[in-house]
Design a protein around this ligand. Structure first.
Ligand SMILES: C[S@@+](CC[C@H](N)C(=O)[O-])C[C@H]1O[C@@H](n2cnc3c(N)ncnc32)[C@H](O)[C@@H]1O
Length: 260
């Protein structure tokens, strides 16, 4: 299995349009879910949270407003720049750091970590997954919660990805995003070719292709990855409906792990 080369993704037009593509995503509701799990399982009050794969900083900004100290890390410099701009428009002082999570060295420990919107699924090889979990664990105090969502194997296989088109309007342009997924059941991955085209009136202003390779996971393998990296995988839930366990109709599942 190849290691994921994420050097050229979440860049350019794709990254510039990211917040507009996901403006219907309920980041505030997700932060509510995160807070509920922190209140339920954390052994002491949570102050310092690492946002691993923070993207444009949507969770970090909302959780800062709710009183947490956030540090956001992302591999993409463009996403980090967007997060910094977003925070400075709101006069928030949040540390957004460009780094690969598989080799993170912040020299600081947190009492929780979130890694939301399938960041784990960007870890393709077993080595990627182990390095990502090892790095995160090194930044957590024992007893800390790790909350993450990921592509849930039984759901991905049952639902099976299909071609999707999104259209958004941004600064007087139309931006079309075509997502063409190809699943590979041999290595539990799905390559999605994103074709992004910016159109003003009848002229193409800009275009870009990004290929994202995402891995889907099954409960047993996750348990063993987490155990190996000194976490206990506490529970899996549907996401965003966390009141049930994931089923074969669940594409995205939420996991709760505790640093041991
Ligand atoms: C789908 S986005 C999610 C962003 C954000 N958490 C959100 O909820 O909007 C996945 C993010 O993971 C980041 N990412 C993927 N692999 C990474 C790695 N090895 N190290 C750090 N960030 C990574 C990408 O750059 C991207 O910003």
């Amino acid at each position: 299995m190849m290691t994921n080369n994420t050097d050229n993704i979440f860049n350019g037009l794709y990254a510039q349009s990211y917040n507009a593509f996901y403006d219907k995503k309920d980041y505030s509701g997700e932060c509510g879910i995160i807070e509920n799990f922190l209140n339920k399982y954390a052994t002491s009050k949570t102050h310092d949270i690492l946002d691993a794969g923070c993207g444009t900083g949507n969770h970090s900004i909302i959780l800062t407003k709710r009183g947490y100290n956030m540090v956001g890390v992302d591999k993409s410099q463009t996403m980090i720049n967007n997060a910094k701009n977003f925070a400075s428009e709101l006069n928030f002082d949040i540390d957004f750091v460009q780094s690969d999570l598989r080799n993170l060295q912040l020299g600081k420990k947190f009492n929780a970590c979130i890694s939301m919107f399938a960041v784990l699924s960007y870890m393709i090889s077993d080595t990627d997954v182990n390095n990502y979990l090892k790095s995160i664990r090194q930044h957590l105090l024992p007893g800390s919660l790790f909350i993450f969502d990921f592509w849930y194997g039984p759901g991905v296989i049952n639902i099976s990805p299909s071609m999707r088109v999104k259209l958004i309007e941004q600064n007087g342009s139309e931006i079309y995003r075509l997502a063409n997924p190809i699943i590979n059941q041999n290595d539990h991955t799905c390559k999605i070719k994103f074709v992004v085209i910016q159109v003003k009136n009848t002229q193409v202003q800009d275009s870009q292709i990004e290929v994202h390779n995402c891995r889907y996971f099954f409960e047993d393998e996750l348990k063993s990855f987490f155990h190996k990296n000194k976490f206990e995988l506490k529970s899996l839930h549907g996401f965003p409906n966390v009141s049930t366990e994931p089923t074969k109709n669940t594409w995205n599942a939420l996991g709760i792990a505790i640093a041991i």
